[in-house]
Each structure stands twice: as C-alpha cells, then as structure tokens.
Design a protein around this ligand. Sequence first.
Ligand code: ZN
Length: 231
Amino acid sequence: MTKKALVLFSGGQDSTACLAWALSKYEYVETVGFNYGQRHAVELNCRIPIRNEIKELFPDWSAKLGDDHVIDLSVLGEISATSLTRDAEITFEKNGLPNTFVPGRNIIFLTFAAALAYRRNLQVIVGGMCETDFSGYPDCRDDAIKALQVALNIGMDKRYNLETPLMWLNKAQTWELADELGGKTLVELIRTKTHTCYIGDHQTFHDWGYGCGTCPACDLRRKGYEDYIFK
Ligand code: ZN
C-alpha cells in the first residue's frame, strides 16, 4: 500500500525540515497550515514560496508533493490569552511555562489534521514537535503525541501514524537533518525562506535567517545554526 502523509507545515524551520523528511520517505505528501491568530502570521506567507522552491529545486520530491490546505483556527487566538496571539511581552508564568504557550495548540492541530487526513485518505501525520528544545510546552512531549495517536485511532476508527522526526533532535541536529536530506540546497532554502520569529519580524536578515534576533524563537534558531556551522 502506498503510504501517504500529511505534514503540519507552518512555514517555519522545523516544519520545513519535516516536509523534506516526509518527501524523502513517503510516496505522496500533502501539507496543512493553521491560522490561529498568531502574531507571526507572516510565517503563513512563507508556506507557498517554500513549497514552490522545493518543487523547483528537488524534482524527485516535486512529483510527490500534493495539495496544500489552510485551516482557520482563529477561535484559538480568541480563547487563549498568550503573547503568541496578542501584543504582549514574552515572559514566564508562575508555573514555569512561557506565556507563548497556547494551551492545547498541538492537540488541536493534530486533531484537525487527523480529520483532514480522514477525508483525504492519508495515513501518516507528521509534526515538528520536539521534546529537546520544547520550551516546556507539555503538548510537545512524546508521551502527549503517543497518547493522542491512541485517542485519534480509537475515536476515528483509523490506524494513523503520528510521526515526529524532530522529537529527540536539538536545533543544530535539525539543520544537520536538513543537510542529510537535501544537502546545502535545502539548508540554504530553510535559512533564507522560512520564518521562526515569534514577533513576526521578517525584515531583518541575519546569518541564520529572518527575525528580531532577541525573542526566544530567534534565540534558539541562532544558537542552533551557530552550533551547526561551527561544530
Ligand atoms: Zn524573534
């Protein structure tokens, strides 16, 4: 049976690496993005140019890259008061979590992805969740994803595989993965075309890509890139 995958694709570094991973592994791959009122909605504008570049630069992958979907989850931004969905300073809450945590975001994303996969007849759902640099987000943890896979499979009477290729990688290793999958061409595409910054700064360009340079997401991306380059 042909394995078909759906990749949660935001236009960021991690999900672009996941897309390349899926294209190197599966016969057919679709992508889905979520608009949830994120301050860095600029990332969504990066999605189509990235897909187009992948098609242009990687002919083997081009043939496998199927439809793209965007799902409006702006209600998530309405019900959660976080600095990711409103103009507030990024700080840490008493429970140790940064206020960029959108409660249930990954659970909701994966559940909607599964509903879409049901209709599209896709068996594998790929997400960039990562426990190594996970900022303490509880729904990035491997156990949370595995538990959700069980719940979705029981609740939808399906046999989905929730794959998280970045789960145990740090940011430098994510660059290395991109290098292994698509060489310097892919590394360069990710460096210059993806968006990670929480604030949504897609004007200022650094060696490691676009971003404000100071938010936690930029900090992780810069450190990871430097570790990858200077290792
Ligand atoms: Zn930033």
